[in-house]
Ligand binder design. Sequence first.
Ligand SMILES: Nc1ncnc2c1ncn2[C@@H]1O[C@H](COP(=O)(O)OP(=O)(O)OP(=O)(O)O)[C@@H](O)[C@H]1O
Ligand SMILES: [Mg+2]
Length: 250
Amino acid sequence: MPPIIEVHDLTKQFELGQSTVEALKGVSLAVQPGEFVALMGPSGSGKSTLLQLLGGLDQPTTGSVVFEGVDISHLSDDAATRLRRERTGFVFQAFNLIPLLDVRENIALPFTIAGQDATRGELRDRIRDVIDLVELTGKERHRPDQLSAGEQQRVAVARALVTRPSVLLADEPTGNLDYTTGGEILDALWKSCDAAGQTIVLVTHDARAAAYADRVFVIGDGRIRDDIALGRRPDHSAAPLIARLAQLGL
Ligand SMILES: Nc1ncnc2c1ncn2[C@@H]1O[C@H](COP(=O)(O)OP(=O)(O)OP(=O)(O)O)[C@@H](O)[C@H]1O
Ligand SMILES: [Mg+2]
């Protein structure tokens, strides 16, 4: 199968007053359909910049991003917005839920924004299915302030999945959560990939989170330092990843 995302020699520079920050210095990688990939690296290494380029949130300085066979590196604003709405789902460290809406309404938001009625038919069924996937059945009428932090992030995951995106892009989704609660989010992501074939790109600085992935790209100073194949492992043990990172001196 052709890759779902293919990135060729990507660079990204930010102009800051007189100086230029080189956030990405020539990154090439490919993500296969159904694959769970982690981008791991220290703070400032370029992970979020890369994720944003993969999802069409920003444009590279040079190089190309091919998303489902289409070069998206220089899309118009309208086309980029359409790509983000229809083909990608994003989850961030901050949950970004609407406080006045309940769980169901927050998850239905992508449909509501598109002017679709999500209270009946296929859309209603899809919402029920993602609520089940993130294990929030019975909490549909809770508002965000009536949920734990982990539950709130699971709502954000469900909202990102409900449109059935080609790729789910998650930037430090466990960054604001404790160990156990972070594990619930990672379990939900893994389940969507393993059971439903969801392609996932997860950004993290945490080896435990990266160990859920099939493959880990280690990012350092705007470049890919290593590509570690872990394979699909239901136990998610971080030991092989940590051993490999230690070998590399990372
Ligand atoms: N909008 C921007 N303007 C200027 N510099 C930026 C911008 N976004 C990122 N940078 C710089 O690019 C580099 C990479 O940033 P990026 O946010 O991609 O790192 P990161 O790996 O996601 O870090 P963290 O783990 O802290 O989130 C950093 O030096 C950062 O300061
Ligand atoms: Mg970041």
